[in-house]
Write a protein that binds this ligand. Structure first.
Ligand SMILES: NC(=O)c1ccc[n+]([C@@H]2O[C@H](COP(=O)([O-])OP(=O)(O)OC[C@H]3O[C@@H](n4cnc5c(N)ncnc54)[C@H](O)[C@@H]3O)[C@@H](O)[C@H]2O)c1
Length: 258
């Protein structure tokens, strides 16, 4: 129970990777705040974790909106204690072809997945500095490093996550705050299903083909589970990772090597 007494704030915690991280950090002893724009799902996720005996609080929040983020962190701090663990996980997938992307969509992608993590980091940093301890985990992607076409928004924000991680790591290191990126490969979630449908349309593949063929292209032979990422987050939050900051960890079944 290495995280006993600590509070973790997880954006996009209503489902998928965020919810798995919430469950894992709660099992490690933390009180967890699941902060998500989807009110119905986040309330259900909070109830699910509480039924399992976890200390969990759902909060409705739009990570792209500064006031909403500050309010969510204030509520979390009042109810469960100021968070000293932040997981910047909220994400959306929208097709964004570089030469014709609608700028409204472009800005939404950047606001949600790049500005949002900065806003959340700013909201939680004072408590981390006061505690002289903290962990920030930013969710990157294989697309922090690779591009496949028609995804300029996602590619730019996920590459930007590496810069955000490096900058926060350098700035916050004097306060013993470790900041790292996890770069998942293909992880089975709703976002993955949406991405697969887009890839199939883009490449003229029959529905279902991508997810059926993908395991054969992954050296470990399977698509990842949200729990694969949750265990990595657990490690990064633990004392075992006290000397790890400014890094990106690739959790991808060997899909590419770094
Ligand atoms: N699934 C994968 O294969 C994969 C691979 C690489 C990276 N990732 C990244 O992991 C993270 C989680 O993805 P997932 O696969 O669990 O997706 P998901 O769609 O299952 O969950 C994303 C969550 O983010 C929430 N969200 C979206 N916009 C928000 C906003 N403005 N404010 C607050 N919450 C918001 C959604 O409501 C949802 O609950 C994302 O950052 C994604 O880019 C996923």
């Amino acid at each position: 129970m290495s995280l006993q007494g600590k509070t973790a704030f997880i954006t996009g915690g209503a489902q998928g990777i965020g919810l798995a991280i919430g469950r894992q950090l709660a099992q490690d002893g933390a009180a967890v705040i699941l902060a998500d724009i989807n009110g119905e799902k986040v309330v259900a996720a909070g109830e699910e974790l509480r039924r399992e005996g976890c200390k969990a609080l759902p909060v409705i929040m739009d990570v792209a909106d500064e006031q909403s983020v500050n309010q969510a962190v204030a509520t979390a701090s009042r109810e469960l204690g100021a968070p000293t663990i932040l997981v910047n996980n909220a994400g959306i997938y929208t097709k964004t072809p570089a030469i014709e992307v609608d700028l409204k969509i472009w800005h939404k992608v950047l606001d949600t997945m790049l500005t949002g993590p900065l806003l959340a980091a700013r909201a939680v940093a004072p408590a981390m500095i006061a505690a002289n301890w903290g962990r920030i985990i930013n969710m990157g992607s294989m697309m922090s490093y690779l591009a496949f076409g028609q995804d300029v928004g996602y590619s730019v924000v996920k590459a930007g996550m590496l810069g955000l991680t490096r900058s926060l790591a350098a700035e916050l290191a004097p306060h013993q705050i470790c900041v790292n990126t996890i770069c998942p490969g293909n992880i089975m979630t709703e976002l993955m299903e949406e991405t697969a449908r887009n890839i199939e349309k883009r490449d003229g593949m029959a529905p279902g083909t991508f997810l059926e063929q993908r395991p054969k292209q992954i050296p470990l032979g399977r698509i990842g589970a949200p729990e694969d990422i949750a265990r990595t987050a657990s490690y990064l939050c633990s004392d075992a990772a006290d000397y790890v900051t400014g890094q990106s960890l690739h959790v991808n079944g060997g899909l590419y090597q770094s």
